[in-house]
Design a protein around this ligand. Structure first.
Ligand SMILES: O=C(O)[C@H](O)[C@@H](O)[C@H](O)[C@H](O)COP(=O)(O)O
Length: 243
């Protein structure tokens, strides 16, 4: 695992740096493999990043968009991660609809939807069961409880290691989420984290020893690159420590 931490002075600088890294990964991927695959995170932090991507002039037909997790609500529900990304980005560009690989949430049962999405991913990446394909970039946020995607502390989702997708839950709100082994198969995992409220969990995630099931972001140790992009409010103590 090749872990890098960058602390940017504020949210606009964090978004700008995140955009420039994504654009460079995009051109590398298209050069090498003719396409770019990215999984999006939900929550509030990435919205300005998606708006910034939408303003770029990119080869949209070569870009495939996935989500690392989704709330188990219809795609027009205000909590939907898909809705947020479509409104901030995807509805504004000419990306072919078939390049948008949203997590299904209309089967009435998250386990059914997770299994359906697993098959969709296996078909897209041409892999069999127990094979973990590498996305070019997986974007992640981190909650102030150190969850990432919908891998919440002390939940069953943290024990699933033989699937790409599983059911997550935040209390009684149901989710679908990439599993941590699937996230770890990515060429590049980018955490984009802002706000002082994330500081205590970041300290535990970066601590030499802490419980992975209490701080699930610790489970993210990709074979490829691991980038932690933080604003100063979240990461100033980490920056000082790594000096
Ligand atoms: O579905 C979600 O909510 C996200 O995927 C989740 O993992 C998010 O990234 C964190 O909760 C951070 O959210 P904020 O960016 O809003 O702090």
């Amino acid at each position: 695992m090749n872990r890098k931490v960058e602390v940017l002075p504020d949210l606009p600088a964090l978004i700008e740096r995140s955009l420039s890294i994504i654009l460079s990964k995009l051109s590398e991927a298209i050069e090498a493999r003719g396409q770019f695959t990215i999984a999006l995170s939900g929550g509030s932090t990435p919205k300005p990043l998606y708006e910034a991507i939408a303003a770029q002039n990119l080869p949209w037909e070569k870009i495939h968009v996935f989500w690392g997790d989704e709330r188990y609500v219809p795609p027009n529900h205000p909590d939907s991660n898909e809705l947020m990304a479509r409104q901030a980005w995807l509805n504004k560009v000419n990306i072919p609809p078939q390049n948008i690989h949203a997590m299904p949430t209309l089967d009435g049962n998250p386990a059914v939807s997770a299994a359906k999405h697993e098959k969709e991913l296996q078909e897209f990446f041409q892999v069999k069961a127990l094979e973990f394909p590498a996305l070019d970039v997986i974007l992640l946020g981190m909650g102030d409880d150190a969850h990432t995607a919908s891998l919440f502390p002390h939940t069953d989702a943290l024990k699933v290691t033989d699937k790409l997708v599983t059911v997550g839950n935040k209390g009684d709100s149901q989710r679908i989420t990439f599993t941590y082994p699937f996230i770890n198969a990515a060429r590049c995992v980018m955490f984009v984290v802002a706000g002082a409220n994330k500081k205590p969990s970041l300290a535990q995630v970066f601590a030499p020893a802490a419980d992975n099931f209490t701080y699930p972001s610790r489970l993210i140790k990709p074979q490829g690159e691991l980038l932690w992009l933080l604003d100063a409010a979240a990461g100033d103590e980490l920056a000082a420590a790594s000096v």
